[in-house]
Design a protein around this ligand. Structure first.
Ligand SMILES: CC(C)(COP(=O)(O)OP(=O)(O)OC[C@H]1O[C@@H](n2cnc3c(N)ncnc32)[C@H](O)[C@@H]1OP(=O)(O)O)[C@@H](O)C(=O)NCCC(=O)NCCS
Length: 161
């Protein structure tokens, strides 16, 4: 499995795998919006013999007055799930983000999956979601210890659809 940055030739396939994994078009449209906008940070794919099996994307957000990044969307095709590809996408993306001097990440998603990778409840850091969600699904990770500050997350306009 090769983990690499997305390229233009991947865009249709990324759209397609997001539609399959999420059984709807919100996430594929979100990925398209982020790519077109000013808040794009990083997009990686997991490639298996020329076929895209997984995707992860990051975009700029604010927590109060500090910069952060949102992890969204992320997916692994059903037939490739539970083989460690999601974990590899996250771990590889952390290397890029640290190199880009990003200091922390916010994610809204599966508690079991993300907590294994070091994500913690955002509420424990005083970081709040701008809309109502169960506490345990709104998570953060500090790539640089001590970088988070309490505040409300402000998502980019790409998320409003
Ligand atoms: C969530 C997702 C990206 C995980 O990818 P993956 O390649 O299957 O992840 P990994 O193989 O690295 O899984 C690592 C562990 O997390 C667990 N895990 C995977 N998906 C999970 C889920 N949806 N809920 C809870 N735990 C999950 C696995 O069981 C695995 O644990 P194990 O090794 O003890 O079995 C993938 O299941 C997916 O695309 N789901 C549909 C779309 C989605 O929900 N995306 C995330 C939105 S936040």
């Amino acid at each position: 499995m090769l983990i690499r940055k997305e390229e233009k030739r991947d865009f249709d396939e990324i759209r397609n795998i997001n539609n399959i994994c999420f059984n709807g078009e919100y996430e594929s449209k979100l990925a398209d919006n982020i790519r077109k906008g000013d808040n794009f940070i990083l997009s990686l794919v997991a490639e298996d013999n020329g076929k895209i099996a997984g995707h992860i994307m990051y975009s700029r957000i604010k927590i109060g007055d500090i910069d952060s990044v949102a992890l969204a969307p992320m997916c692994v095709l059903p037939e490739y799930q539970k083989k460690g590809i999601g974990t590899d996408l996250i771990k590889e993306s952390f290397k890029y983000l640290i190199e880009m001097n990003e200091k922390n990440i916010v994610v809204l998603g599966h508690t079991d999956f993300y907590s294994r990778l070091g994500f913690e409840k955002a509420a424990d850091y005083g970081v709040k979601c701008p809309f109502t969600v169960p506490d345990e699904v709104f998570m953060v990770i500090e790539l640089e210890k001590g970088s988070l500050k309490a505040g409300v997350v402000e998502y980019g306009e790409e998320f409003s659809m």
